[in-house]
Design a protein around this ligand. Structure first.
Ligand SMILES: [Zn+2]
Length: 322
């Protein structure tokens, strides 16, 4: 049963990924006529309508060997990549991200667990929004309101189902739905508030915009879906990932301007799937290791300082040449 649900979720994910490709492309169009999400898919090169049998996720791209059937122009490998990525995320959500939304009894009757189904759908929608926002941010360095605002509203609304955003407190006299809804509201406030504060601080210290207001809205959305603890963990992981990949990008001749959205999305996915394990590592395993290995702390602190100095030197050099 679990395997069947996983395969079904992956197939659904591939189809949703195909739709996300359309969302990513059309939200970047300036022409309002091209921005509509309705209507048939067209070839981005020659405008020909793509028949349904050439629009099968991943498989069509493989069968066509990456070339459009209409005009022979190359189709970017990114299209099947987005489809495969969404399929993997949906599969992971089915495999260990949430409780199974339905079960089969010994009498072969299907029992649907409404709360688990709501949680699964909310999180699948959340993951889809993260995929679309990441790729749009990569392309345009913008996180469009057309996705972050409805995403925030949906996250807050989904919170009325117990368990979607976790629960705030454990007072048994308060209804679980209220605790869950409050967890979404507080999560959105903490996620958006912390990002807004970091943004204000960064602007004051570095006298340039370190983060956009789109990042604030994205983090409010993430907090609404995951709760305040995971929002903070997302911020921490996003900063670490941004520093590592941004540093690597600088080292290998990339630009110093990095879109922050994809790193926050990466942090949110890690917080969703591995939140407990990461919190355990940071709050329990790490302090214990520090107590047991007093001498090596200095070596680690030295290495971290050297890395920080290197990053500053690199950023300064990039600015001078830019
Ligand atoms: Zn074409």
């Amino acid at each position: 049963m679990g395997t069947m649900f996983g395969v079904g979720a992956a197939l659904l994910g591939a189809c949703v990924g195909s739709f996300l490709n359309v969302v990513i492309w059309r939200l970047q169009q300036v022409d309002p006529a091209k921005r509509s999400l309705l209507g048939r898919s067209h070839c981005p090169h020659c405008g020909a309508v793509i028949p349904w049998f050439l629009n099968v996720p991943v498989l069509s791209w493989l069968a066509l060997r990456g070339r459009a059937a209409c005009c022979g122009k190359p189709i970017a490998v990114r299209y099947p990549f987005v489809e495969a990525l969404t399929a993997v995320l949906f599969w992971a959500l089915a495999a260990w991200g949430t409780a199974a939304p339905f079960a089969v009894t010994a009498e072969h009757a299907v029992v649907v667990d409404a709360a688990a189904a709501a949680t699964w759908s909310a999180r699948a929608t959340f993951l889809s929004l993260l995929v679309a926002l990441s790729f749009i941010d990569f392309d345009t360095q913008l996180l469009p309101d057309a996705l972050t605002k409805p995403g925030l509203a949906l996250g807050l609304a989904a919170g009325v189902w117990p368990g979607v955003a976790g629960e705030l407190g454990d007072d048994p006299t308060v209804a679980p739905a209220l605790r869950s809804a409050l967890a979404g509201v507080v999560g959105a406030g903490v996620g958006g508030g912390v990002t807004w504060a970091i943004r204000a601080l960064g602007s004051a210290v570095f006298r340039r915009e370190a983060m956009g207001f789109g990042d604030v809205k994205l983090m409010a959305m993430i907090g609404a879906f995951l709760g305040w603890r995971s929002a903070l963990l997302t911020m921490l992981l996003g900063c670490v990932a941004g520093a590592i990949f941004g540093g690597l990008g600088l080292l290998f001749g990339g630009s110093a301007r990095i879109p922050f959205g994809p790193y926050l999305a990466l942090g949110a996915v890690a917080a969703l799937f591995f939140g407990d394990a990461i919190a355990d590592l940071l709050l329990v395993t790490w302090p214990e290791w520090q107590r047991a290995n007093a001498g090596s702390q200095w070596a680690l602190a030295g290495m971290a300082s050297a890395a920080l100095v290197l990053l500053f030197v690199l950023v300064r050099r990039a600015r001078r040449s830019g």
